[in-house]
Ligand binder design. Structure first.
Ligand code: ADP
Ligand code: MG
Length: 447
């Protein structure tokens, strides 16, 4: 069992457990060795070790064996030293002996500014993160980054931590997820070590809490978070927070916390667009060049992926990784066909949503009428029939309700839409031309 095998197990676990669970429970594990069939991992706390043992050890053992190791069970032992690469003991205070019991989460070495591809959707977030990473005087506090899953929040936070620690080794940077914050808090309560907990969190220079939406609805954790937050802001220490939505939109989060979170700079990462996705793929391909020397990727494949795979960068990266792994196994060039074959599940899952506007456009093109006539008030058959066909397709291919469809057809009533849809249902069975048209249009829209 090598670190490399453990690396492949990690990749699989990340896929199977999802990014959150993975970063909270699996990433903090540090693989030690396998002796007599027992795989040993170091964990930051007992609590964590017990939790992982109970919940993930079977899966870990199974995957290790599948990767060629000979393991019958896994053991999770508390590491002697802090596993946190960024949380150095403070130079000023007298760090409590057990500071190491509440280290931050490990940082992903790949999550650097260099590897972050900047595009329109994330340029503001990137600029703000860069500014904070300079480590100058605190100008906005907190920096609040939000955006959907897989858009680069964690990546940017790690990048800030990497850069800050590289620039200022005297700074005590602490990065952890809100979930870890909670478990550390709960553990401290149970183990009567609240003093250490408070001391620990109040002695950091930079605090980063990822996925803060997690503490919504968790009363005492919120309370403690609020106090920690205030104590650090009072000392003019930089705080960086991420969440999956804007502070005001996090349900069950106390008002005073919401307003505290809004008091700094709030920036969002927008869903990726085609250009950004293509840029990310290209940079990945460059990074792969060495590892997969000689593997050819055909023209158009990256464009195809950027077009077809949803906005989540994690899924996009996963697709490319799988494609490379597969192509190198079978020794083939990466072609469009190979991509379609090997990624059919991902492509299906991220099938882009078809909009009413696309349907209207396609149908007008097909019947050679103007879009304005399709939506407009004229009732002559030459416009009415295509209009009804478009309505039927909207009903079939989008999740819009009849009133919503009506609104998009020049503000028509839902009963008009219903009538149109019914009429097409009838025509479909008696008019083969119409049923052919419908089939063709549907296929064109799905392509
Ligand atoms: P989030 O925390 O917002 O859910 P992550 O930061 O974990 O998302 O990003 C998911 C994956 O996508 C990571 O592997 C990250 O490196 C990658 N990623 C996201 N945005 C970018 C980007 N702009 N450039 C390069 N990689 C990115
Ligand atoms: Mg994240």
């Amino acid at each position: 069992m090598t670190d490399e095998t453990w690396g492949t197990v990690l990749e699989t676990l990340r896929d199977q457990l999802g990014a959150n669970t993975f970063s909270n429970w699996i990433e903090p594990l540090s693989f030690s060795d396998v002796t007599d069939g027992v795989a040993t991992f170091h964990v930051p706390t007992n609590f964590m070790g017990n939790y992982v043992a109970q919940n993930y050890s079977e899966q870990i053992v199974y995957l290790m064996n599948r990767s060629g190791a000979d393991v019958s069970r896994a053991k999770f032992a508390v590491a002697q030293k802090s596993a946190c690469p960024t949380s150095k003991p403070t130079t000023t205070g007298q760090p409590p002996a057990n500071t190491a019991a509440v280290p931050g989460a490990p940082l992903d070495a790949r999550f650097t500014f260099d590897r972050f591809v900047v595009g329109k959707p994330n340029e503001l977030a990137f600029a703000a993160a860069k500014r904070v990473a300079e480590g100058g005087p605190v100008t906005f506090n907190p920096l609040f980054l939000y955006g959907g899953v897989g858009l680069g929040k964690t990546h940017l936070m790690h990048a800030i931590a990497h850069e800050l620690t590289a620039r200022r080794s005297d700074l005590n940077v602490l990065y952890l997820s809100a979930e870890q914050f909670m478990y550390r808090f709960v553990t401290a309560l149970r183990e009567n070590s609240m003093m250490d907990f408070k001391h620990m969190f109040r002695s950091v220079d930079i605090l980063m809490v990822d996925d803060v939406q997690f503490i919504a609805g968790k009363g005492s954790t919120q309370e403690e978070f609020f106090h920690t937050f205030n104590a650090l802001v009072d000392q003019n220490k930089q705080i960086i927070i991420s969440a999956d939505r804007a502070p005001g939109e996090i349900k069950d989060l106390e008002e005073r916390i919401k307003s505290r979170l809004q008091s700094g700079l709030v920036v969002d990462l927008h869903p990726t667009d085609y250009e950004l996705r293509l840029g990310i793929l290209q940079s990945k391909v460059r990074a792969y060049r060495e590892q997969y020397a000689g593997l050819v990727i055909a023209d158009g494949v990256l464009e195809f992926l950027a077009h077809r795979i949803s906005t989540n960068v994690r899924v996009l990266e996963g697709a490319l990784t799988r494609l490379y792994a597969f192509a190198s196994l079978v020794g083939k060039e990466i072609t469009l066909e190979l991509a379609q074959d090997c990624l059919s599940d991902i492509l299906r899952a991220s099938d882009r949503k078809i909009t009413v506007e696309e349907i209207q456009r396609k149908v007008s093109e097909h019947y050679n009428i103007r879009l304005s006539d399709m939506i407009g008030p004229k009732r002559v058959r030459a416009y009415a029939r295509p209009r009804q066909i478009a309505m039927w397709l909207c009903k079939q291919m989008t999740s819009r309700s009849l009133p919503e469809i009506g609104r998009r057809f020049g503000g028509r009533d839902h009963t008009t839409v219903m009538h149109g849809v019914k009429r097409v249902e009838e025509l479909k069975t008696i008019d083969s031309q119409i049923s052919d048209d419908l089939e063709m249009l549907r296929r064109a829209l799905e392509a």
